[in-house]
Design a protein around this ligand. Structure first.
Ligand code: NAD
Length: 437
């Protein structure tokens, strides 16, 4: 099948690459000329494990192509995916200008029946809006389908190739059969393609993200309570997670959720619920808990140092919003860095993949270290913000050598209380006893 993907970011590039791997002929279109040039010359603009191999193979075999020209890119495409940004407006609602601009542009370019697939996370009713926008300019038959994406950055290729389920919102029999054929190779193990109407499909994506964010904020509140009552959140987590009604995943306490999806989607859900005259009370609480949790370690450090952090130097391990990605959008580390800078703290930071992104965002506001140990040189404390595997079993002797104090604020509970006590660290974590040496 000939496929076009408009918007070649985290979702678009994975979608395009994976469909080309299945033998389809895919053209990825993006307005960012630098990005397109880089992809044409074989360089992937994002870090996503496993993507480079598939990207190389399909690009070299001519199944995966790139252009900035929408007309050239969608020519003869049977299916056009829209994987465009839907960032928050100032009031928290989803900004649809990228999606609707492409919808406007696509209309006059269609020359035969085409299925246009909205992969972006969009408020309920947007698929219909896209349909109306295209219809105003198009002279041929087409369908607009809602097909929200559930991939996780860091394991995006695996998620795309082996989805738990595929959700497709359409009431068109013709579009349904096209989508069924397209996704068939990805659901051979029997995972379902769930067909529904467009509005239910759009809401499914928000419901999934908001539910997961709720799980995180709920456990973070349990962790905060553990600290007050002397319980250990890691034990509580196991105790509840083995209940099959609850499940083990997404129960780790930490310093809040970040990334390009949960924060904006939870907020947008609250907004469009409000527009429909429904006050979605839980999402407001989830956001408030998360906002506070992101700077919880700064609060702990301030208390440790008697209220004043002026003149201190802090090392931060991990800047990406989670491991195995270079994405720093809404990362808890950014919120902490902001607080530290406001409090007169010098920040030295290291992340295995996100250094370029942080350099572009913050310039010389933070000192970027060569590796995790360099970041510790002369620092008064270490803050762990992202649970990269490489931080799990570090060389503690070298850490002690480089740090001014044996002091760790761990936002991801990477180490056991016993080992920290044994090593003589003063150790603050989330939802567990503090260790003071
Ligand atoms: P992104 O910002 O990484 O990529 C979007 C791309 O669209 C950019 O490369 C941008 O240059 C391009 N673009 C903007 N306007 C364009 C235009 N007129 N023509 C062509 N290209 C244009 O975004 P993303 O993370 O891939 O997210 C895309 C959508 O998917 C969002 O709605 C997001 O909420 C949703 N989503 C994201 C994830 C994720 O993990 N990142 C997961 C599921 C769903």
């Amino acid at each position: 099948m000939k496929i076009a993907v408009v918007g070649t970011g985290y979702v678009g590039l994975v979608t395009g690459t994976c469909f080309s791997e299945l033998g389809n002929h895919v053209t990825c279109i993006d307005i960012d000329e630098k990005k397109v040039e880089s992809m044409k010359s074989g360089i992937i603009p994002i870090y996503e494990p496993g993507l480079d191999f598939l990207f190389d193979r399909n690009r070299k075999q001519g199944r995966l192509n790139f252009t900035t020209d929408l007309e050239e890119g969608i020519k003869d495409a049977m299916v056009i995916f829209m994987a465009l940004p839907t960032p928050p407006n100032e009031d928290g609602s989803a900004d649809l200008k990228y999606v609707l601009k492409v919808a406007e542009d696509i209309g006059p370019l269609l020359s035969e029946y085409t299925v246009i697939v909205s992969k972006s996370t969009v408020p309920v009713g947007t698929t219909e809006l896209i349909q109306d926008t295209i219809r105003n300019n198009a002279n041929v038959d087409f369908d607009v389908v809602s097909n929200p994406e559930f991939l996780r950055e860091g394991v995006a290729v695996e998620d795309f190739m082996k989805p738990d389920r595929v959700v497709i919102g359409t009431r068109s029999i013709k579009a349904r059969s096209v989508m069924d054929a397209l996704y068939a190779p990805l659901v051979r193990q029997g995972n379902p393609i769930i067909f529904m109407d467009e509005k239910s499909s759009e809401l499914t994506k928000y419901a999934a993200n908001a539910f997961l964010a709720t799980k995180i904020s709920f456990m973070n509140e349990i962790a905060n309570l553990c600290e007050k009552l002397g319980s250990n959140v890691d034990d509580v987590r196991k105790g509840v997670g083995f209940d099959s009604r609850i499940g083990k995943r997404f129960l780790f306490a930490g310093i809040g959720y970040g990334g390009s999806c949960f924060p904006k989607d939870v907020q947008a859900l609250g907004k469009f619920a409000g527009k429909a005259n429904y006050e979605f009370k839980i999402v407001n609480a989830v956001m408030e808990v998360n906002r506070k949790q992101k700077t919880r370690l700064v609060e702990k450090m301030r208390n440790h140092f008697g209220g004043d952090l002026e003149g201190k130097t802090v090392a931060i391990w991990g800047l990406a919003f989670k491991p195995n990605t270079d994405d720093i959008r809404e990362a808890p580390a950014l919120y902490m860095i902001d607080e530290f800078i406001k409090s007169g703290v010098k920040v030295k930071a290291y992340d295995p993949e996100a250094m370029d992104n942080i350099r572009n965002l913050l310039g010389n506001k933070v000192e970027l270290a060569e590796n995790e140990y360099d970041a510790l040189e002369g620092a008064d404390a270490l803050v762990i913000a992202t649970e990269w595997p490489v931080f799990r079993q570090p060389n503690f002797d070298m850490m002690v050598e480089k740090l001014n104090n044996k002091l760790i604020f761990d936002g991801r509970n990477l180490y056991t209380l016993e080992e920290m006590k044994h090593l003589g660290f003063t150790y603050y974590s989330i939802g567990r006893s503090e260790i003071h040496e």
